[in-house]
Design a protein around this ligand. Structure first.
Ligand SMILES: Nc1ncnc2c1ncn2[C@@H]1O[C@H](COP(=O)(O)OP(=O)(O)OP(=O)(O)O)[C@@H](O)[C@H]1O
Ligand SMILES: [Mg+2]
Length: 463
């Protein structure tokens, strides 16, 4: 509306100047001519030139005025373009059929198209959630000057998708309807939200689990202790055992033979194995608890990682059919990595869990000829944060599994093989105990990448 009024004012101004000049010319030109020239013949001849002169001067005047206004319009258009192109968020202008008719530079950069390419596209080419029919229905039913905002997903030229939040405005111009939208990339916001939810979940679950584990610990110790005692009273040749057997007129060997034949020894072993397994779970769950006394120390993350690898290679019997030493390990450690202030044992526990998972996953993949299990370990630092990446070329995971792996007790392993606590404890150690971040990205059949970010050492906090 304001633009329309401004254009009318410019037109009225040009017309008024033209009219004023014309009137003055009609009123004054003859009088001035008669004052300057007295000869009637010459006045007649000059009348013809006067007309030409009038046309020439007014043409010049109109040209000057129009040029001045066009120039000011061009300048304001350039200013507006510069403004749009320097906004970091992508801006799109679409018509009611969903054709993209204008964009700023950021839109081209974010989606990986040139301006010419993007202007030939429709909304559903760049928005993974858009439906052109619904779009037309929507834009044609809402009122002029309607504003709205929504979350959606944008699609880059290479096919990758990222979440966005759009603030849009619908308006009419020249009897057509348009939508102007500003799209903000909310990938980081979404990730932070997910991390917060996960961390909240882990905190409350940790407290609850630690409470239950504490309660289970006592009866479990009684079961383990009693089964050990039963074993000792049957199979140890102690004086007391021999004397009590004699008192009851039975031989220890006959009794052992009977119990072995009735598989009581196997049952005792099974009680003891199951008890050990349960106490391992209790021990793991208790490490969620805030109450345990833990010692902070200043460490080099690469040393902690190398020590863990050493530990796995020499002592850790990860998988009988798979030797950790068969894995090719590539280290890409950056220079001048700052130290971190951490609970060294807990951080090593995290590395151990992630490396153990990677090894177990890779042992289940059939590698094609020319390929072999490989771990790539990267350490880098940026803005007072140290980042460790552990990448394997194992079987990878679907998105559905990736969403569950940090949940306590989620395991894809057979019953009795995995507790499903390794990653949830690791997540808790990194996010809750160290205020860091832990995330995963994985592509089925290609591999998995775990990223762990820890704050670098802050002296006063570590003392
Ligand atoms: N590098 C990986 N590649 C493929 N799948 C993985 C990888 N790391 C973890 N997983 C999946 O995540 C699940 C959960 O792992 P987590 O360490 O929490 O438990 P677990 O390994 O099953 O049990 P535990 O750690 O007690 O042995 C695994 O069962 C597996 O399906
Ligand atoms: Mg594990």
């Amino acid at each position: 509306m304001a633009g329309k009024t401004k254009l009318s004012l410019i037109a009225i101004r040009i017309a008024s100047i033209y009219a004023a000049f014309g009137c003055l010319w009609i009123l004054l030109s003859d009088k001035i001519l008669l004052l300057l020239v007295q000869d009637a013949d010459r006045v007649n001849r000059l009348q013809t030139y006067k007309g030409w002169f009038y046309v020439f001067v007014t043409a010049l005047l109109v040209y000057g005025l129009i040029k001045k206004h066009l120039r000011s319009q061009q300048l304001s258009h350039r200013r507006y373009q510069r403004l749009l192109n320097n906004i970091a968020d992508p801006i799109y202008l679409a018509d009611s059929q969903g054709n993209i008719i204008d964009v700023n530079n950021s839109a081209c950069e974010k989606l990986g198209y040139t301006r010419e390419e993007i202007l030939g596209l429709e909304l559903n080419d760049i928005d993974a959630d858009a439906n052109l029919h619904e779009w037309s229905d929507f834009i044609n039913t809402v009122n002029n000057d309607h504003s709205f905002s929504l979350e959606s997903h944008h699609k880059r030229k290479d096919g990758s998708i990222f979440p966005i939040e759009i603030s849009a405005y619908i308006f009419d111009e020249d009897q057509n309807r348009y939508c102007l939208g500003v799209a903000r990339d909310i990938t980081m916001r979404k990730r932070t939200q997910e991390l917060l939810v996960q961390s909240e979940k882990m905190s409350s679950l940790g407290e609850l689990a630690a409470g239950i584990a504490h309660e289970i610990n006592n009866p479990l110790s009684a079961i383990m202790g009693a089964s050990q005692n039963i074993y000792n009273r049957i199979y140890a040749d102690t004086d007391k055992n021999i004397a009590t057997a004699a008192e009851n007129s039975i031989s220890l060997n006959d009794m052992r033979s009977y119990l072995n034949k009735r598989e009581v020894n196997r049952m005792l072993n099974s009680i003891s194995d199951s008890g050990l397994r349960a106490s391992k779970i209790v021990h793991n769950v208790l490490s969620f608890s805030h109450k345990a006394v833990k010692q902070l120390c200043i460490c080099e993350i690469n040393e902690l990682l190398n020590e863990t690898i050493e530990l796995i290679s020499n002592d850790y019997n990860l998988n009988k059919e798979f030797d950790f030493k068969q894995i090719k390990i590539t280290r890409e450690f950056g220079k001048d990595i700052p130290q971190i202030c951490c609970l060294a044992n807990e951080i090593q526990q995290v590395f151990l869990n992630v490396l153990k998972n990677a090894t177990e996953a890779m042992s289940e993949k059939n590698y094609e000829k020319g390929t072999a299990p490989e771990l790539i370990l990267r350490i880098s630092s940026k803005e007072s944060k140290v980042t460790l990446e552990i990448e394997d070329n194992g079987p990878g995971m679907t998105e559905e599994i990736q969403n569950k792996i940090f949940d306590p007790f989620y395991t894809s392993k057979e019953v009795g093989k995995g507790t499903g606590l390794g990653l949830s404890i690791s997540y808790f150690i990194i996010t809750d105990l160290h205020h860091g971040q832990m995330s995963v990205t994985s592509v089925p059949e290609v591999g998995t990448l775990f990223t762990i970010t820890l704050p670098s050492r802050v002296e006063e906090k570590c003392s």
